[in-house]
Ligand binder design. Structure first.
Ligand SMILES: [Zn+2]
Ligand SMILES: [Zn+2]
Length: 82
């Protein structure tokens, strides 16, 4: 919830607008954990980023997904520490 509010309808990965709006009138973004919960990074906003479906698929299924995830993690550093 907080993460999606923070993103304000903009994908925090590529900076593009959410591709569509939900029936509730909210921009559709997906929450992605940059750390697996098993790594000790639970639901804290520090470890969760709002992504459009494209970016989210890329992190999980892209050839460079792992690298992309690292980039997102350092981006989260900036967002949450600023
Ligand atoms: Zn995106
Ligand atoms: Zn994910």
């Amino acid at each position: 919830m907080y993460v999606k509010k923070r993103a304000d309808g903009i994908c925090e990965g590529c900076g593009k607008e959410a591709p569509f709006v939900t029936p509730q009138g909210r921009p559709y973004l997906e929450a992605h954990h940059v750390r697996r919960v098993s790594d000790g990074g639970p639901d804290h906003p520090r470890w969760v980023i709002a992504l459009c479906p494209n970016c989210h698929r890329q992190v999980h299924h892209g050839q460079d997904g792992e690298q992309y995830n690292k980039r997102l993690a350092s981006q989260l550093d900036e967002i949450e520490l600023s």
